[in-house]
Design a protein around this ligand. Structure first.
Ligand SMILES: *[C@@H]1O[C@H](CO)[C@@H](O)[C@H](O)[C@H]1NC(C)=O
Ligand SMILES: *[C@@H]1O[C@H](CO)[C@@H](O)[C@H](O)[C@H]1NC(C)=O
Ligand SMILES: *[C@@H]1O[C@H](CO)[C@@H](O)[C@H](O)[C@H]1NC(C)=O
Ligand SMILES: *[C@@H]1O[C@H](CO)[C@@H](O)[C@H](O)[C@H]1NC(C)=O
Ligand SMILES: *[C@@H]1O[C@H](CO)[C@@H](O)[C@H](O)[C@H]1NC(C)=O
Length: 376
């Protein structure tokens, strides 16, 4: 057996590891600047008995705290989600206090707040304040009142991907729905996708304006691959906030014929007393990146160019084949096939001047004879 053949075999045996250790080292780093977050639903809001400029979720927030300095809770940002009538605010954690801290939000206005459960609407402008309490209910800190214009603060809800289908071997057609905006808003969306095993997302169509029924075709994908896809849109009243990414959906591109010819190696034995000789062919499995599907088998076609009627085709799932040839020239071609078709052929020519040389070895690496394939 040839040295190259032996090398191939050892490649088969070698176990290759893919995959990763993903260090989760960011946790500690992010803790230093960690953010706290509270969501208030409109249904949780209650009026204060003696103050019609306040709406609270916890009645103890009705009592003013003149002894506590405002502004200790910092860097508040909020968004309003119309679909579930909620406001979510986040801020920097208080880091000079070691016990458990409980945070509440309360809403105030210079104007009278007549009906607390209905203050969350696109026309509303009021202040939100964050209060931090210890587990003994003493107020530790307050934020400054932060003005909230709910139109500017509107964040659309996450879109829903309704379908993903493969249009071609290299593309996926994605459809989704967004919030129904009851005015003439422009909706902008972005899509991200990745092969299911990949770590990195690819983002496309940033800031493209789409209909409320979004449609997009992701191009330049690999065939026979499974992708994760998610969509995010903006388009609320203030056009400022992006929605969360939609739930990820899976889409797959279809199988296509293998793209590369096989590397075939051959060994021919001398003519025996019956006027026949043995031809051994061996090949190496295609690279996973070239198979584009599940390899179902290998097809070998061999024919004397002067006697086409003697042509034979053999299918095998083995990584090699033994053929008994009569004393003739032969054209041999080998390919791998999957459910979608065959790879380009690897051609070999067996000449009859080899017949007398005992143990003659000859190796062809996809030598092109006749019709060939450019990529080889
Ligand atoms: C304030 O919060 C935003 C996120 O909302 C963050 O990007 C920024 O770094 C924060 N600033 C400070 C000073 O913590
Ligand atoms: C929000 O609070 C600030 C400071 O207390 C105040 O000047 C402003 O009028 C308030 N805005 C509303 C809409 O109540
Ligand atoms: C997405 O689907 C969920 C569940 O069917 C629904 O509650 C939500 O309103 C939909 N969101 C959008 C933006 O279509
Ligand atoms: C909505 O936008 C479209 C396209 O920009 C425009 O033709 C149409 O007049 C707008 N309709 C309203 C009611 O503003
Ligand atoms: C070999 O496999 C190919 C592809 O699946 C098939 O079309 C053909 O009929 C098979 N030939 C034989 C001889 O089994």
């Amino acid at each position: 057996m040839d040295v190259v053949c032996i090398l191939w075999l050892s490649v088969f045996v070698m176990i290759t590891f893919q995959g990763g250790h993903h260090a989760l080292s960011e946790d500690r780093e992010s803790n230093r600047h960690s953010r706290q977050k509270v969501t208030v639903q409109s249904g949780e809001l209650k009026p204060c008995k003696d103050n019609d400029h306040l709406c609270v979720t916890d009645s103890s927030d009705c009592i003013p705290e003149s002894s506590v300095i405002q502004g200790e809770v910092k860097n508040i940002s909020c968004f309003y989600q119309r679909n579930d009538e909620s406001i979510t605010c986040s801020w920097n954690s208080l880091n000079n206090y070691n016990g458990d801290i409980e945070y509440t939000l309360f809403f105030s206005s210079v104007r009278t707040m007549y009906d607390c459960p209905s203050i969350f609407n696109l026309a509303a402008v009021f202040n939100v304040t964050v209060r931090a309490r210890s587990n003994k209910k003493t107020t530790l800190a307050l934020s400054d009142p932060c003005v909230l214009d709910l139109c500017a603060a509107e964040r659309p809800s996450r879109p829903n991907i309704t379908s993903i289908s493969s249009m071609t071997k290299n593309s996926l057609h994605v459809k989704w729905t967004t919030d129904k905006f009851n005015f003439n808003a422009t909706v902008q969306c972005k899509i991200r996708y990745k092969v299911t095993t990949a770590a990195q997302w690819t983002q496309v169509m940033d800031n493209s304006i789409v209909d409320q029924r979004g449609v997009y075709t992701i191009e330049d994908l690999q065939p026979f691959s499974s992708y994760r896809v998610a969509v995010s849109c903006t388009g609320g009243c203030g056009q400022k906030h992006w929605s969360d990414w939609s739930t990820e959906r899976l889409g797959s591109t279809p199988e296509t014929a293998p793209s590369k010819p096989l590397n075939v190696c051959q060994h021919i034995e001398p003519l025996n007393s019956e006027g026949k000789r043995s031809l051994w062919l061996m090949w190496k499995a295609l690279d996973v990146s070239d198979t584009h599907g599940n390899i179902l088998g290998y097809q070998v076609h061999y024919v004397p160019p002067n006697q086409l009627s003697l042509g034979r085709t053999v299918n095998t799932t083995d990584m090699g084949i033994w053929l008994s040839l009569i004393d003739e020239e032969y054209d041999v071609r080998v390919m791998a096939y999957n459910g979608a078709g065959g790879s380009p052929y690897t051609y070999c020519k067996i000449t009859n001047d080899l017949q007398s040389e005992y143990g003659f070895l000859q190796f062809y690496y996809g030598m092109k004879l006749g019709e060939g394939h450019e990529e080889f």
